[in-house]
Design a protein around this ligand. Structure first.
Ligand code: ADP
Ligand code: ZN
Length: 660
């Protein structure tokens, strides 16, 4: 980097990109001019460049504060691959590597230093930073400073003092959580009143959003993965640790490379899972929310929720981990009555104070509204973040198949008046299951025990099936026409809104549930999907490639896998899929042509340029074809590295064929 360099020349030469995206250029200008910035960009929006480019251009070291200790090593490795001088300081590293990072900093040999907040705020570290010129402070995941948010980290509160300690150093706070309240907290607590605020468009157009009723969730998940995302990288989120383990085992038994991840695992085990996820192609991690914050693996093709997230913020952040490379990706969720009961109960029974409980209820209500909306999911999501969209997106489940609604007032009245009658007779209170048995007229042991067949509402709702009733109860809970009472096991009670329904003053408009039996499409592709799962290296959805381009893409992919393995790097650190695709399409013949491809900067051109040209050289194609076995050998390598979880295709096929 020399005096003649500009942000754009650095972008081109170091990162290999042609143009800045969105607010990047404006943020960089602000920081280059010595100002402060608050940057709100969706996950995958390109926050890193906002501090990496000015850190390279300004004298001194750019200090990046990040809570993502487990990932620092990978983050540092990724920028080193670009020729950037980077190091990190956190509690996981050994003394020697810490001393080396400190010495490099003192010697003025670092462009970027990643530091965990708890480490940064120690007297020793503050002292260390005073010994070297600082180019900027970048506070990543800045929403962690929000005490009322969904990701609070107490250490972040201490970061407010950086402004007093280094008044002349530009500071940026960056986050993907953009609600106006969080934004204000960031400004207040990080002492950024003077900052320029950059709010980008929060839409992630390449993500398809889908939320379906929960039924047999493991089956639903399996068919979602095998029929639409076989062999692809994905994250499955669940609430309970035990669920992550049973679901990962279930998937693994059926040929999906699936691993569980939760806070109860040892640090070593967690690191191992994270590493495999980052480095191998096509690993599915089934995790609690402890997984994935700041994981910038660009080629995650799907994020699935098998339990309801507690807030839209959390949901959007988690789903945002899909498709950072801009290629098609999917956010899928299965959601049912039990989710609502469980989360409402957790809030009702939480030891938090009233204010906090009200806040959590508000967060959950917004999440439920998203699940139940008959309108466009994306419009609803963006509206939550204060951004409006004039027309429906056309790229979500409700846009593609607008849900039918029906007037559920009468069934709702039957259910609510059952509760009224039980209350009147001072019966103990009951949960959804028993209430549904009553309205459906089921002669269960409990019905007999309490003589609930004597209630006037007994059997009045026999015209609807149990799943239909569960959908009704779920929607009444989501609408607030029913409540989960504290202190019990999900017992249902009335709310202020219930009486209006009972008196017929409001109509209860409900979504008609398409009960997901297995649709023809799903079961058919599930079969072929399982085969593709076994061959865990099938290409990610490459949308618009011709056959010849696809063939080159596959060759490049095989080369990338071998190269990444040789160098001990994650494949995407060598090149992103999007770069391979551009290479496959442009077919460069010379180094100059190659250099014009997005994602190939000077360092990568030097490291891989010749090799890529050789892979693309038509003269070597014949050789490559003769060596058809290369990718196959890759596969079996991958299989043995996976500890034998990938079984011979014959065995893998069976479970899904039975389902068909
Ligand atoms: P965030 O931190 O906001 O989630 P990243 O900084 O990880 O996003 O960027 C997401 C992806 O987009 C990365 O793979 C990055 O290399 C790529 N990217 C960022 N800015 C640009 C750009 N100007 N041109 C092309 N690709 C970019
Ligand atoms: Zn839509």
């Amino acid at each position: 980097i020399g005096p003649g360099d500009t942000p754009l020349s650095v972008l081109k030469r170091v990162f290999g990109y042609d143009a800045f995206r969105g607010d990047q250029a404006a943020v960089i200008d602000q920081v280059m001019a010595g100002g402060q910035a608050v940057v709100l960009m969706p996950t995958g929006g390109g926050k890193s460049l906002c501090y990496q480019v000015p850190a390279l251009l300004r004298p001194g070291t750019g200090v990046v504060v990040s809570p993502l200790i487990a990932l620092m090593e990978d983050q540092v490795e990724a920028v080193r691959q670009l020729g950037v001088r980077a190091a990190y300081l956190n509690s996981t590293q050994d003394a020697a590597s810490r001393r080396q990072a400190e010495a490099s900093l003192r010697a003025g040999q670092l462009d970027l230093l990643y530091v965990a907040p708890e480490r940064l705020l120690t007297p020793g570290c503050l002292e260390l930073l005073r010994s070297a010129p600082i180019a900027l402070f970048a506070i990543d995941e800045a929403h962690c400073v929000s005490q009322w948010g969904h990701d609070f980290r107490p250490d972040y509160l201490g970061l407010g003092q950086l402004g007093q300690l280094w008044p002349e150093v530009p500071r940026l706070a960056l986050t993907a959580t953009a609600t106006p309240a969080t934004r204000q907290e960031i400004i207040d607590r990080l002492d950024l009143a003077a900052a320029k605020v950059f709010v980008s468009d929060f839409d992630r157009p390449n993500i398809f959003y889908r939320i379906e009723p929960k039924n047999q969730v493991k089956d639903q998940l399996l068919s979602f993965i095998t029929s639409e995302h076989a062999g692809q990288t994905g994250i499955v989120y669940a609430l309970a640790r035990s669920t992550t383990e049973t679901v990962a085992a279930y998937l693994a038994d059926r040929g999906v490379t699936a691993l569980a991840y939760h806070a109860g695992l040892s640090a070593d085990e967690r690191r191992r899972v994270q590493r495999r996820f980052l480095r191998e192609d096509g690993v599915v991690v089934v995790a609690t929310i402890a997984f994935g914050m700041g994981i910038d693996k660009p080629d995650v093709r799907f994020v699935a929720h098998i339990d309801l997230p507690k807030s839209v913020e959390g949901y959007y952040q988690e789903t945002g981990r899909a498709g950072r490379d801009g290629e098609p990706a999917e956010a899928w969720m299965a959601y049912g009555l039990n989710d609502v009961v469980q989360l409402r109960r957790m809030i009702a029974e939480s030891p938090a104070d009233d204010l906090h409980r009200r806040l959590q209820t508000r967060l959950l209500d917004a999440m439920l509204a998203l699940c139940e909306t008959p309108g466009c999911r994306r419009q609803q999501l963006l509206a939550y973040f204060g951004q409006s969209m004039d027309t429906a997106c056309g790229h979500c489940d409700t846009c593609q198949q607008p849900p039918q609604t029906w007037d559920g007032t009468i069934p709702a009245q039957k259910l609510l008046s059952t509760i009224v009658r039980l209350d009147r007779e001072r019966h103990q209170r009951f949960g959804a299951g028993h209430l549904i048995d009553i309205v459906r007229g089921q002669q269960t042991a409990r019905v007999a025990q309490y003589r609930h067949d004597q209630l006037t509402t007994f059997g009045l709702g026999a015209d609807l099936s149990e799943p239909e009733w569960r959908a009704i109860v779920r929607q009444l809970l989501a609408r607030g026409d029913l409540a989960i009472l504290p202190g019990g096991h999900g017992v249902l009670g009335l709310t202020a809104a219930s009486s209006a329904v009972l008196r017929g003053q409001t109509t209860v408009e409900l979504r008609r549930e398409v009960l997901i039996g297995r649709s023809r499409k799903t079961s058919r592709s599930a079969k072929t999907g399982a085969g593709a799962t076994a061959a865990a290296s099938s290409a990610p959805a490459a949308t618009d490639l011709t056959a010849a381009e696809q063939e080159r893409f596959e060759r490049l992919r095989a080369w990338r896998a071998a190269t990444a393995k040789d160098r001990g790097l994650p494949a995407y650190v060598v090149f992103h899929d999007s770069t391979l695709r551009a290479l496959a399409q442009a077919e460069p013949r010379t180094i100059e042509e190659l250099a014009s491809i997005s994602g190939i900067g000077a360092a990568k051109q030097a490291a891989y340029g010749e090799a890529v040209l050789a892979v693309l050289d038509p003269a070597t194609t014949a050789v490559a074809e003769a060596e058809e076995t290369v990718p196959a050998a890759e596969k079996s390598d991958a299989a043995s590295a996976q500890g034998g979880t990938v079984e011979p295709a014959g065995q893998v096929d069976r479970p899904s064929q039975e389902r068909g």
